[in-house]
Design a protein around this ligand. Structure first.
Ligand code: SAM
Ligand code: SF4
Length: 341
């Protein structure tokens, strides 16, 4: 539970947010910046990124206002992401503002870990207890190959800063699984999960980056699981509602491994999530081809009820499912870094 959790005064007075397929929305991913200090191959081009202009990016107050409106509609879980959230100046201040919004029970972050050593204590003080840290390889050279930056040691130091820090309730390490690359580290990741307090999660590589995705480059969760089971038998844990990962524990000891399989085993039917981009656009699916501009009504002086109506209308049209693998699939115009993964 978020440190500042407070129930809302308007709880039960406003209809919850539902889409046209009967799914109730409870989770909001907020991208706080499109900027990033790494250039992961599956996410961003090496150079020539068309960054948002400062004036386009929502201020802390604007983000907090929108999160409050979402919370009034029943959103109770917020994940802060980017780009890299920790490159935004005074980010812990923003996290604390969001943590104090009534109805927000769970506040978490997805980060590349580069600034965690510097910021971990401030983030926990701001009300963030659950951390997802991206780490795609377990040696310096291979990590630099994926991220195009030689910063492995810093990310590891960031992860270590979280360990043993009072108030940290979950550390998850996310590795994007790519054929011809991730096989190399899969058992080392399993050993990491057995020896450190991190849940390791493999995410299937999705067609949402700046590179040319090919279906054959996706190393599926089932393939990874089979590789791990050659050394360490796994036992499924109970699936939590809306959880994206299928989580397993080791049969013979401590540690958990999760598999997020959006390509081979889509979980759209259970999706309770929408996204707010750094420039104030509401996206109802990672793979949406349209967005709803919340920034213009917000800056134009719209009241809460007016904003709620814009959000309700957009969410009603939430996509039933993504179309990866379908004939005619087109990737969205934005990359993961500017959507907020
Ligand atoms: N910069 C932060 C980070 O890397 O954790 C937060 C933003 S990043 C866009 C969020 C997550 O999206 C990361 O875990 C990253 O690995 C994942 N991601 C980015 N592009 C992806 C892709 N093409 N397929 C699967 N996951 C991807
Ligand atoms: Fe940056 Fe995260 Fe994208 Fe890597 S995955 S380029 S760290 S936003």
């Amino acid at each position: 539970m978020n440190a500042f959790f407070a129930p809302r005064a308007d709880a039960g007075q406003i209809e919850p947010l539902v889409d046209g397929h009967g799914r109730t929305i409870g989770d909001l991913r907020v991208s706080v910046t499109d900027l990033c200090n790494l250039r992961c191959q599956y996410c961003m081009p090496p150079e020539g990124v068309d960054w948002l202009d400062h004036s386009e990016v929502l201020s802390f107050e604007e983000i907090a206002r929108l999160v409050d409106v979402f919370a009034s509609l029943g959103v109770h879980s917020v994940r802060l992401t980017g780009g890299e959230p920790l490159v935004r100046r005074e980010f812990p201040k923003l996290a604390a503002m969001i943590g104090r919004i009534g109805g927000i029970e769970d506040l978490s972050i997805t980060t590349n870990g580069f600034y965690l050593e510097r910021d971990a204590t401030a983030l926990v003080a701001a009300g963030i207890h659950r951390f997802n840290v991206s780490l795609d390889a377990l040696d310096r050279k291979r990590f630099a190959q994926v991220t195009r930056r030689d910063v492995y040691d810093r990310v590891i130091a960031g992860l270590q800063a979280l360990e043993g820090l009072e108030g940290v309730t979950a550390i998850k390490v996310n590795a994007v699984a790519m054929r011809g690359f991730t096989e190399h580290d899969v058992l080392a990741f399993a050993e990491l999960a057995r020896t450190r307090p991190y849940q390791i999660r493999f995410i299937e590589y999705m067609p949402i980056g700046a590179d040319d995705w090919r279906a054959e480059d996706v190393l599926t969760g089932e393939e990874l699981r089979a590789m791990i089971e050659t050394a360490y038998p796994l036992v499924p844990t109970e699936h939590e509602p809306h959880a994206t990962a299928r989580v397993f524990r080791f049969a013979d000891g401590d540690g958990e491994i999760g598999f997020i399989n959006p390509v081979s085993q889509p979980f759209c039917g259970e999706c309770d999530r929408v996204r707010l981009t750094a420039d104030g656009k509401l996206r109802t699916c990672l793979f949406s081809h349209y967005e709803t501009n919340l920034r213009d009504p917000l800056r134009g002086g719209a009241g809460d009820e007016e904003l709620r109506q814009v959000i309700r209308d957009a969410v009603w049209r939430k996509e039933l499912k993504h179309a990866i693998g379908d004939e005619g699939f087109r990737k969205p115009a934005r990359t993961m870094s500017s959507i907020g993964g």
